[in-house]
Design a protein. Structure first.
Length: 37
């Protein structure tokens, strides 16, 4: 049971990191597109 909880927590953290990183990339890309140099 502990192993399953550990894997679940690690998977959740990984998904959160990936989601946050992707969201940040999308925001940066939208800002660059809306504000051309």
């Amino acid at each position: 049971i502990l192993v399953v909880l550990g894997l679940g927590t690690a998977l959740r953290l990984a998904l959160d990191c990936c989601f946050e990183w992707t969201l940040r990339r999308v925001v940066q890309r939208s800002q660059l597109n809306s504000n051309p140099v």
